[in-house]
Ligand binder design. Sequence first.
Ligand code: BMA
Length: 680
Amino acid sequence: RNGIVEAINHIRKPQCHGGWDWGITQMITGFCGPVKLVATDDFRIDYIYSDQAFSTDYSKCELCVYADITAADGAKSTVTNRFVIDRPRLWWPNGMGEQAFHEVTLDVKGRKIKKRIGLRKIEMVNETDVDPVSGMKGMSCFFRVNGRAFFAKGANWIPCSAFENEQTPARYRDLLESAKAANMNMIRLWGGGQYEKDCFYDICDELGLLVWHDFMFACANYPDGPFLENVRHEVRHQIKRLRDHASIALWCGDNECRGCFRALWDYVIADIPYYFSRFRKRIDLLDAAVADYDPARTFWPTSPCNGPNESGMEEKEEKDAIKGDLHFWGVWHGGDPFNRFTELRPRFCSEFGFQSYPSKETCLTFCKEGDLSLDSPVFDHHQKNEGGNRRIRNTMRRYFRDPVDFDSMLYLSQVQQALAIKTAVEAWRSLTPWCMGTLYWQLNDNWPVSSWSSIEYGGKWKHLHYHAKRFFEPVAVMAVRKTGAADLEIWAVNDGPEPVTRTFTLEEWAFDAQSPRTVRAQREVTLPPGRAVQLDRVSAGEDTNRVFLSLSLGSVVNDGFFTEYKNCALAKAKVRVSSVVSAPEGAFDVTVETDRPAFYVWLNAAGIRGEFSDNSFTLLPGRPRTVRFVPKSRTGTLREFSLALTVTHLNENCRESSSAPTEDKGNAAALRALGLDVSN
Ligand code: BMA
């Protein structure tokens, strides 16, 4: 659990070293990163940083570069130079344009230092408004880059390894490239971890991944007094060190330090005004540091909060989803069903998550075959959230029939995690532009563990990561099933700056069919930029457990279910790999086909590092799919790859039910005939 090491909040080191609900307790101590002792009788360059100011149409940028210099006798000075850049090439986040850089060279007495700078203006927009649904006063929470508002799509980042020597540039690059490959444009650097190594920010700049940057405080009650004096030096250094990274979107005071007051400590509840005033002192100090050392960036007091003023830092309740950022843990910690996500109207959800197990390959890095059981001590040791395994298992009963064996348990846990997060993101993207951000918890792990991550320790993508790639597509189509509704709402969203026209197709399929039962719609639709549009509303009538919808919008596909999978009469599909051929650069093209609709079709090349271009998808009869496997390390032969390749799908992993599905339509029709309500 969090904070096993008592009073870790009094030590300025990554707070998760003291234990976290996904992390090993590992109080490593010592220098972090390279250490140099440099002798000089001349001077030292402490920091180089810059300010950017744009003309209203972005045709001019005034760049002011500063260098803080300390002479050998200790005298300090700041050297300044000003440049005006006409028609600057701008830096944009992933999916919005290029990541252009300018090189700044500082030359002091022949000692040259080069720095790469991205020119761009980033703003956090907080304007009061009224929720058209509840009539309550809300406050927007979205980012604008170079004058363009955009939907933030991404995940939370924790340290990429619990072991300092494993935090290699290759590991950073692999994880961040995976984030970009999943159409993300923002990463939240979470406050219980560490101010990251330079390579993290360099890669984020290069890939166009914006960083919501917490200061490193999390889920604790921090001291005031001399402790804060120490903090002042820390944040001054970090801000000056990092502020020139184009990727940093804002500075945030901490993770959940305000939110924890009631949740964690009785002694705090007994005197909230006192503890709030202490919290406030730290937040004020951080606020002032940002104003002094990086005035162009927004300071966000704590995540989550309603906004950047004192009243915004009141305790956040669920009704406050309509103001500022939100951490929503009703699903998972609260045990709520997945469609609870559809009941909220968040402006920017910066945390929400659902756990799964790692793949068998990753489990076998810490477990023997014989210990592959939820109750074995070693497997349980790699689950740090109390009751986590129970919650995964109980949730499975809500949505799926029993897994057939332990491998299926691992598979289903990843499928249900993907389903949970997909439900949330699609519902919230359908609220665009009311909602303008979803950052799920969490991108990565810091050791092999059962957790909320979409990428396993070692880099392997879980089902969720493939779904993220699809649910974060810039132009997306989705079926939203709201709590209590029998109908599916079909929505489309276009994140780009221009309207787009695509062919929208809506087919209804029976689970045992070989072709669609009906094509309910097929038409050209034009989607305006930055606003979700409802395309249809579909009811399955009496057939909720016999049919599903297949949606497509141009090349983007999705599907819609009217009820839980366990209620559906899924067919015994025969999915087979029909061909494997070598592709350029050591890749392989794999074609799969099926005789009946198959869901969460999962390709795996055990023991070969690499990812498929798509995976965990729906496969329809008569529509073979070809996906490319790109290896990440040594390329195997076609034979080796083919031997390692396996394919499975949902129905193969669930126990068949000999009884009728639980929502028996014959029965429901009979009840309806008697005039009884069958909706519950
Ligand atoms: C969030 C995070 C972490 C934690 C996660 C899952 O609130 O900020 O503290 O790991 O929940 O419990």
